[in-house]
Design a protein around this ligand. Structure first.
Ligand code: GLN
Length: 559
């Protein structure tokens, strides 16, 4: 188990969701990491899904995939991007996992005939997992973000576990509440009452926050700081103003302006680590992104946008961030345009409108909605030499498009949509057939990191080489990328595609699975698709080579 004096910071949301608890947690991790502490970040999701893989992205945003293949919450992606390292299965906890484990134990008579109950068994299983994550990471300080908001029924058990951890080791556990201060337009004044009420609810669980992060449109004034401090039992300096800012990557820098890491260490009674945080590289990165004037216009053609009257870009968060990192590195400001694939099918949008964009991405997806729209977008990008980047489904659909429109394969399709396709150029992987027959959908796709071998002289290999991701001397050609799919390029059609000019520039080491498809540079400035998800590896300080190559192509083709 974790060492006796291991420190735990619990981050809990008050007032409402969606105000940046994940970014706050990531930034707390970042500033303490910058002080030289070994950190681990844990996301707790209170839902009963065992993992995030079975949820619709319009319900819950993007499903992020770890190296191991665990499908989890998008916040895990933020943690990886801020900490600049891979996370492990231990760092993600859902109610589903906890209950599944306890019920399995009960079925195996592991509780010695006792009555199995939420308290203590569920609570103790939560504590065991939190400590196991710390131990697995060999860290000194853990940040645990509890999903949901104070007052939810679903996360009570997690708050209760945290409370007991505090009772057991009062000096080693602190609580931070991330709150929101609305400024109702008719009132015109920042209101603290919802925050006061949220703290009271938290108090009723026996928990007193040590610090309140006050999210708002603008910075908090002294008067409101004092008001919150007095009414919520925290010191005024522990009420942290967290106004909206241009980029989420500025948050750790702003926190450090207020000496957040020193305050956290004081609260945790950590004596060492008082040197100032080393955020030089991070600062340089944030410095680069501010003040960029040249734009690159990228269209993301997808489908998971609609939630009622609102457009939700959460489903593609890693794709957006990957575009940003590569754009900043190239000295341009990305402008992302959300294009709904269905609009090309209904005639609401014309293909010629795509001419406005410098580059087009079709990201990952599942099912039938909008796919004919996407295929026509890909055809337009290919024929009009607009840089095209297909991610997973976006690669499969590019293969279908090339088959139909260049190789004359009428009826080229994916078996995901048309079970009896006459020309199934995309087919289910052999290893996946049984899962579908037995309706075993949860956590059964081809998931996580797998190697691929790159072909000499291709755009893909050149991209990895020039980003320094491959060693030049020994002619290294193997990469590793994260996956999430059940279908693949049908091996029966590979030769036909290759003879017809499509290049499979990356394959699995045994040559069976097609990992990257591209058109040679002479034919198109950038037409490339990956079976894997490169966006999951893109980091602020380490942009992804293929996104960078795509952005560079988009910039050089700018109108
Ligand atoms: N639906 C496709 C498959 O299962 C693509 C998945 C994806 O884009 N992540 O293979």
């Amino acid at each position: 188990m974790a060492t006796k004096n291991h420190k735990y910071i619990f981050v809990i949301g008050g007032v409402m969701s969606g105000v940046g608890k994940g970014i706050a947690s990531s930034s707390i991790g970042k500033v303490l990491q910058a002080k030289g502490f070994s950190m681990n970040l844990v996301k707790v999701d209170p839902y009963l899904n065992v993992d995030a893989g079975t949820m619709n992205p319009t319900e819950h945003g993007e499903t992020f995939v770890l190296e191991s293949g665990l499908e989890c919450d998008q916040d895990m992606g933020n943690y990886e991007r801020f900490l600049n390292r891979n996370l492990s299965n231990e760092d993600y906890i859902t109610s589903g996992m906890v209950y599944q484990h306890v019920i399995e134990q009960e079925r195996n008579l592991k509780y010695g005939g006792k009555c199995v109950e939420a308290i203590p068994h569920i609570r103790d299983e939560i504590t065991r997992r939190i400590k196991k994550a710390a131990e697995h990471n060999g860290s000194t300080i853990s940040v645990i973000e509890i999903g949901g908001t104070i007052g939810d029924y679903q996360n009570i058990m997690f708050i209760e576990a945290a409370r007991v951890m505090k009772v057991e080791n009062p000096d080693d556990v602190i609580f931070i509440m991330v709150s929101y201060l609305p400024i109702p337009s008719k009132v015109g004044e920042m209101k603290t009452k919802p925050t006061q009420n949220a703290v009271r609810s938290l108090n009723s669980y026996g928990v007193q926050p040590n610090m309140i992060m006050a999210r708002s449109e603008v910075a908090l004034d002294e008067r409101r700081k004092e008001k919150i401090a007095i009414s919520c039992n925290v010191r005024p300096e522990h009420v942290i103003s967290a106004p909206d800012i241009e980029s989420i990557y500025e948050v750790p820098l702003n926190f450090e302006k207020d000496k957040l890491s020193d305050m956290l260490l004081d609260l945790l009674k950590v004596k060492d680590g008082k040197q100032s945080a080393d955020l030089a590289k991070w600062k340089a990165f944030v410095g680069n992104l501010k003040g960029l004037t040249d734009e690159v216009n990228i269209a993301i053609v997808g489908k998971y946008f609609d939630t009622g009257d609102f457009v939700l870009s959460d489903a593609y968060i890693s794709v957006i961030e990957a575009i940003k990192f590569s754009s900043y590195e190239s000295g341009v400001k990305p402008v992302i345009h959300w294009v709904n694939a269905k609009d090309f099918e209904s005639g609401k949008k014309k293909l010629s409108e795509l001419g406005d964009y410098d580059g087009i991405i079709v990201p990952g997806g599942f099912g039938e909605t909008g796919i004919e729209g996407k295929v026509s977008v890909i055809q337009y990008a290919r024929e009009n030499k607009i840089p095209y980047f297909g991610l997973c489904y976006g690669m499969q659909l590019a293969v279908i498009e090339y088959g139909r429109n260049v190789l004359g394969m009428d009826g080229a399709h994916t078996r995901e949509i048309e079970k009896d396709a006459t020309v199934p150029v995309i087919d289910i992987m052999e290893s996946q057939k049984k899962n579908i027959e037995e309706e075993k959908y949860g956590g059964t796709m081809r998931l996580g990191a797998y190697p691929a071998v790159l072909k000499e002289g291709t755009i893909a290999r050149e991209a990895y080489l020039s980003a320094g991701a491959l060693a030049k001397e020994d002619g290294e050609s193997e990469i590793s990328e994260r996956h999430r799919h059940r279908y693949e390029v049908n091996p029966e059609y590979i030769k036909q595609f290759e003879d017809g000019g499509l290049v499979f520039s990356g394959t699995s080491p045994d040559g069976i699975l097609m990992e990257i498809a591209e058109l040679p540079k002479e034919k198109h400035p950038f037409f490339l698709g990956t079976q894997f998800h490169p966006e999951f590896h893109a980091r602020p300080l380490d942009p992804h080579p293929l996104f960078t190559a795509f952005i560079k192509a988009a910039i050089s083709g700018k109108k």
